[in-house]
Ligand binder design. Structure first.
Ligand code: SF4
Length: 472
């Protein structure tokens, strides 16, 4: 078969896109080793030579020697992905294939900008795409039929410069989640399936990796028995690992003990809201708000740091939600926080619901980045929601609160985790929130009990990009 030069591009938003000669604009703690692109490259037939371009660290060279371009993207990067695809196809005559969450949910839209669309997982699709491309009969749509994760090829991590990414090697043991949270793209993408790799394959892959690891799993405890088997097998490797899971881990002492012994040092946990009614509305069955404080304490006692995910703007949220949530976060000494404005991603039940109610007023995908309000909240104005989220972030990441929580966390975390992980992550969030306008919006929301209704200065999404997209 004739050699194929395949260039894979990860588009990014204008905030974080580097220009020629520029250093990356945000902390490498927010860049997770491009595992999906590495997995795609590993699945290629031998006649394909893959190159990866990540716009977070390197500008796209539109004159690059490429036979075929591949772009993977989520909803908020769709406008940029389409811009890149259109440029390669129309101006350079290079065919483009696309994949990822957004093309899977909006294949017809993606097909207007691409020669072929991968729907679902890529590993079983890209070899078919490559064969068809080489034979000159590329189809418009390819649907994944990957049901089993056994035997997946091991990613070639030399395709990226490790120093550009979080100082931990990324890998995956499981995919998807059994739960069906209404706002969650993961549940929609994987159709609430939970798939696992054989434990021995995960362990074999880990042996060649660094001491610090990041499991890019959606919910690593999605199958308790599998998680116990995996954590038990990890203990002799003496690695430190980070991942994400639901809070029910704290209610299973055996599993929590195994996680800690196997080297778990930090977890992203979706608390989502302090409203039990809100959780029920979203079908987030794993969470019980009454247990939140006790659950956090159990994870801390096990030496595990927590990055909490909170979603604001649900139908049970009133303007006092910001102050109440901040109180909880500070009292629990949560180590890091990811705030999101509720976002109805296409493909999710939440999108269907809000769209049917006529409450989505903004369908410019570039705004589906958790940093914009794109729908009408029920009990507050869109501005109050926007500024209130900014206020929580500004308070949580104030210098005083960062110092306090690091100091307190030294009581239950190792200094390496508190000072080498939690502190840089907090500082990274501070820089990020200052750059993307979050702190400025937090200033407008100066009296949380009586929110002001002034329009916020907005973030600096370039209008040129927005207009260019709207014209298509
Ligand atoms: S538990 Fe987490 S990953 Fe699973 S469906 Fe809910 S939000 Fe998504």
């Amino acid at each position: 078969m004739k050699p194929v030069k395949f260039v894979m591009i990860n588009p990014t938003s204008p905030f974080w896109r580097v220009q020629e000669g520029e250093r990356p604009r945000q902390s490498r703690f927010f860049r997770f080793s491009l595992l999906p692109s590495l997995c795609v490259a590993a699945s290629m037939p031998p006649y394909v030579e893959s190159t990866i371009i990540d716009e977070d660290v390197r500008p796209v060279d539109f004159d690059i020697d490429a036979d075929l371009v591949g772009i993977t993207f989520m909803t908020h990067n769709a406008p940029r992905a389409y811009e890149i695809a259109d440029t390669f196809r129309r101006k350079k005559g290079v065919p483009v294939i696309v994949g990822g969450y957004h093309p899977t949910f909006m294949p017809e839209e993606a097909a207007r900008h691409a020669d072929a669309v991968c729907i679902g997982d890529a590993e079983d699709v890209v070899p078919r795409m490559m064969r068809d491309f080489a034979e000159g009969r590329l189809q418009q749509f390819y649907r994944s039929e990957l049901t089993c994760l056994a035997g997946l090829p091991v990613p070639d991590r030399s395709l990226i410069r490790r120093k550009d990414y979080v100082p931990a090697d990324a890998l995956q043991a499981t995919r998807g989640c059994h739960q069906r949270c209404g706002f969650c793209s993961v549940a929609a993408f994987h159709q609430s399936r939970f798939r696992t790799r054989p434990v021995h394959e995960v362990v074999d892959e880990m042996r060649g990796l660094r001491k610090r690891l990041l499991f890019i799993d959606d919910n690593i405890i999605g199958d308790r028995e599998y998680a116990k088997e995996l954590f038990t097998a990890l203990i002799p490797l003496r690695k430190n690992w980070y991942s994400q899971c639901d809070i029910s881990l704290a209610r299973d002492e055996e599993l929590l003990g195994l996680a800690a012994r196997s080297g778990c040092r930090g977890l992203f946990v979706g608390f989502e809201t302090l409203s039990q009614q809100g959780l029920t509305r979203w079908k987030k069955d794993s969470n019980m708000t009454a247990d939140y404080l006790a659950s956090v304490a159990k994870l801390h006692d096990a030496g595990i740091s927590i990055c909490a995910g909170f979603v604001f703007g649900g139908d049970d949220d009133t303007p006092d939600v910001f102050e109440r949530t901040l109180d909880f976060l500070l009292e629990a000494n949560i180590e890091a926080l990811q705030t999101t404005r509720m976002t109805p991603f296409p493909g999710t039940p939440l999108f269907e619901e809000l769209d049917a109610q006529g409450r989505i007023f903004d369908k410019y995908w570039g705004h589906y980045d958790f940093n914009h309000v794109v729908f009408q909240p029920k009990h507050m104005s869109a501005e109050t929601l926007d500024n209130g989220v900014g206020w929580v972030g500004k308070q949580f990441y104030s210098r005083r609160n960062v110092s306090r929580r690091i100091w307190k966390s030294l009581r239950y975390l190792s200094p390496a985790v508190a000072l080498g992980g939690v502190l840089p992550l907090n500082l990274g969030y501070r820089v990020r929130k200052a750059k993307d306008g979050e702190f400025q919006r937090g200033e407008i929301f100066s009296t949380p009990s009586v929110p002001l209704q002034r329009p916020h200065p907005g973030n600096t999404m370039p209008s040129a990009e927005r207009n260019a997209y709207a014209e298509r």
